[in-house]
Write a protein that binds this ligand. Structure first.
Ligand code: SF4
Length: 298
């Protein structure tokens, strides 16, 4: 599917420790409404998915206007908003948002409790608002798809099983849960000493979380997590990657049989952590009989 991202600016009401932007931003660049409308008009008519990202798109005063404009200009496209979801804690706003016809919302949730989530977003009160925002959007689950995103790093990986339970208990009707490790750029790079963790250290916690989510019938997608660090039963959840090839490496992969389908690993991860954990997957060895098997059937 053709995808076009519209980064509407850098302003945000969170200041996440692992943001891929530098937060707070060194410059206050935000696109004007006209810039964004020009961008939308310039997209190829074949664009099938248009994604609004930021900063935080939902805190712009022209947020609903932009969504209406996209739907008017590109009625065949699927429109998605990547947001911290806090604004949807206001039911009246959520209702107006639904009326724009936006198809899909993706909201990161960093932990199962306010103390940890707010420490990661560095925005007191953000957990309560985000959780309530998700609940309010779920009131419209027939009108808008919703996925919850979990960005994995050292501060939250041991809490993944608890987060999976929280999501299962709180968000009935949720479309899907998406999990992926941090890309070490922007704030994630600045704060990397606190954030870096090996994917193989994450694995047991991640797999317990996946078990819980699977039992509760969520669609689960793993991005940027290679096959070779997962048990085979979770391979069906490996959904690929969200970025262009140059940000990915297959440096350690040799003749791995999964290479064609594998999302690979972040280049930034290979640079900062190394690649020793990633082992090429070999074809299963052929059975060699030392003497002819007895094929007589009585
Ligand atoms: S060895 Fe490389 S290609 Fe194979 S699963 Fe691991 S990261 Fe992917």
């Amino acid at each position: 599917m053709m995808v076009s991202d519209i980064a509407v600016g850098v302003t945000c009401n969170n200041c996440c420790i692992m943001c891929t932007n530098i937060m707070p931003p060194p410059t206050r660049w935000d696109a004007s409404t006209e810039d964004i409308e020009r961008m939308v008009r310039s997209f190829d008519k074949k664009e099938r998915k248009i994604v609004l990202t930021g900063g935080e798109p939902s805190i712009r005063s022209d947020f609903l206007r932009i969504l209406r404009f996209i739907k008017k200009e590109r009625p065949d496209s699927r429109t998605m908003v990547l947001t911290n979801g806090r604004i949807f804690c206001y039911p009246e706003f959520t209702k107006k948002f639904i009326s724009t016809g936006c198809d899909w919302v993706a909201i990161p949730l960093h932990a199962h409790k306010a103390e940890l989530h707010d420490m990661i977003t560095r925005a007191p009160g953000s957990f309560e608002q985000t959780v309530q925002g998700i609940r309010n959007l779920l009131d419209y689950q027939d009108e808008v798809d919703l996925d919850v995103r979990v960005v994995i790093h050292r501060l939250n990986y041991k809490h993944l099983p608890a987060l999976a339970k929280f999501i299962s208990n709180e968000f009935n009707g949720l479309h899907q849960v998406v999990l992926f490790p941090i890309d070490i750029i922007g704030n994630a790079n600045i704060n990397r000493k606190e954030l870096l963790v090996k994917i193989t250290e994450v694995k047991p916690y991640l797999e317990r979380a996946l078990n819980t989510l699977e039992k509760n019938d969520f669609d689960i997608s793993l991005f940027h997590i290679p096959f070779c660090v997962l048990d085979r039963k979770y391979w069906k959840n490996v959904a690929g990657r969200t970025v262009e090839d140059r940000r990915i490496t297959f440096e350690p992969c040799g003749e791995c049989i999964m290479r064609e389908k594998c999302p690979g690993i972040w280049r930034t991860y290979a640079f900062r952590v190394g690649t020793a954990e990633f082992k090429p997957i070999r074809p299963a060895p052929k059975t060699i009989y030392t003497k002819s098997p007895n094929l007589n059937v009585r």
